[in-house]
Design a protein around this ligand. Structure first.
Ligand code: CTP
Ligand code: MG
Length: 409
């Protein structure tokens, strides 16, 4: 468990020295998904091996500008969502909250609005159900509000011919579709005007732009994106699955990572290297057991998956990792990658140092590490011809590379 393990509510804090964000994003994910009919509430239903909410969060955290993010979920799922949001936000993100929603979408948005920090000037409201919305749409609506101070809503042309009908389903007229736009989210608004519009709203509106306009404010449309369609029915879910499959060409699923670690020799320590105990060899100093091979692999895997690095994920303050052997880090790292939908393709490590003589135990080390990661791990060793700190016998360095891929179910 990482030191920033989620509690029931992921609290926001101002990053030390950082500037509080002026953009806030409310992701509404508290609906039940009646029309989808999945076993779980819609945002928690699986889409290509992950939840709909996790896909949505990828887009939110892909925004150019650092934003406060408030995720509104069913009250029973606040803890579960908090862990997803923490993972999606990454180590760098200090401004996330997860709160319970209300009986209607409008109430859920209102509960999210109440969580925004005072620094927020522009608010985006986004349906988690629009899971494949590109981050560029988020950036574009922020720019729109900053330039115009009106509400900015993404919309696309209507391609079907639209008929107005009466109670008996008789056609009354054909509506000129050139005048129509199908609107999407994220919808963005100046914060003060949206707060005021919510405070005076007397009835339920179908979107935030309607509520905002009902209070006398201006709303403009910018180009939306076909991928921002709302997953409402099982058919929509299949369409989203298909789009994710199509964009995942075999090589696009592969990601590479690199990790380096160095520990100084410490004659009072036992040597642990590549997950193995080396009785009689000079030990290494450092947090945990000082095994540079396992630590370099951990960094390579985390970097390949974009999940941070060993220091930010397994803080040195966490007593769980005090004196822990390398396998503990590797197992905890693999768990994180698996939860994020990644599998490990292979890992390659090189040890740079004068001692111990590695080759007699290479097979043993590779077998152990491959077994832990359930993927081929190769370990080689070299010296530096007497040059540098490894050459002077001051310590051992390990450099690891990893290739991982995201699984689509
Ligand atoms: N939403 C919400 N709180 C509610 C209702 C809806 O946060 N009380 C959110 C949903 O989670 C969704 C978005 O608003 O991301 C759009 O709503 P919709 O697509 O209608 O989702 P559901 O209400 O979950 O689906 P359904 O209407 O089929 O039950
Ligand atoms: Mg609904």
């Amino acid at each position: 468990m990482s030191p920033n393990a989620p509690g029931p509510k992921v609290s926001s804090a101002t990053a030390a020295g950082g500037r509080a964000p002026i953009v806030g994003v409310i992701v509404v994910a508290a609906g039940s998904g009646t029309r989808l009919g999945a076993a779980r509430p819609k945002a928690f239903a699986p889409l290509a091996g992950r939840t709909i909410l996790e896909h949505s969060l990828d887009s939110v955290f892909g925004m150019q500008r650092e934003s406060q993010v408030v995720v509104v979920v069913p009250s029973a799922l606040v803890d579960e969502a908090a862990s997803m949001v923490t993972d999606a936000a990454g180590a760098a993100h200090k401004y996330v909250r997860v709160v319970a929603g209300g009986a209607t979408r409008q109430q859920s948005v209102a509960l999210g609005l109440a969580e925004l920090d005072a620094s927020v000037r522009i608010v985006l409201v986004h349906d988690a159900a629009r899971a494949l919305t590109p981050s560029s749409v988020f950036d574009a609506v922020v720019t729109g509000v900053a330039q115009t101070a009106s509400g900015i809503v993404p919309g696309v042309a209507v391609t079907d011919t639209i008929k107005r009908v009466d109670d008996d389903e008789s056609v009354v007229e054909t509506v000129d579709r050139a005048e129509l736009r199908a609107v999407q989210t994220p919808q963005a608004f100046p914060r003060a005007a949206l707060d005021a519009a919510y405070a005076e709203a007397e009835r339920e509106h179908t979107d935030d732009a309607a509520l905002f306009a009902a209070a006398g404010n201006t709303v403009s449309i910018i180009d939306g994106d076909d991928r921002a369609f709302k997953i409402t029915t099982p058919w929509d879910l299949r369409r989203a699955e298909g789009l994710l499959r199509d964009t995942a060409a075999p090589t696009e699923g592969l990601r590479t990572g690199i990790g380096t670690d160095v520990h100084a020799f410490d004659d009072s320590s036992e040597l642990w290297l590549a997950g193995l105990h080396w009785p009689g060899e000079r030990g290494l100093s450092g947090h945990s057991d000082g095994d540079p091979v396992c630590h370099a692999i951990t960094d390579a895997l985390l970097s390949a998956a974009g999940l941070g690095d060993i220091g930010s994920v397994f803080g040195t303050a966490d007593p769980q990792f005090d004196g822990a052997h390398g396998d503990v880090f590797l197992r905890a790292t693999l768990e994180r990658l698996t939860a994020a939908g990644f599998t490990v393709n292979n890992v390659s490590v090189q040890i740079i140092g004068n001692s111990p003589r590695f080759s007699p135990r290479r097979m043993e080390a590779e077998g152990l590490l491959s077994g832990i990661l359930d993927a081929p791990v190769s370990v080689s060793a070299t010296t530096t011809d007497g040059l540098g700190f490894p050459g002077r016998g001051e310590g051992i360095c390990a450099i690891a590379t990893a290739i991982v891929s995201r699984q689509y179910a």
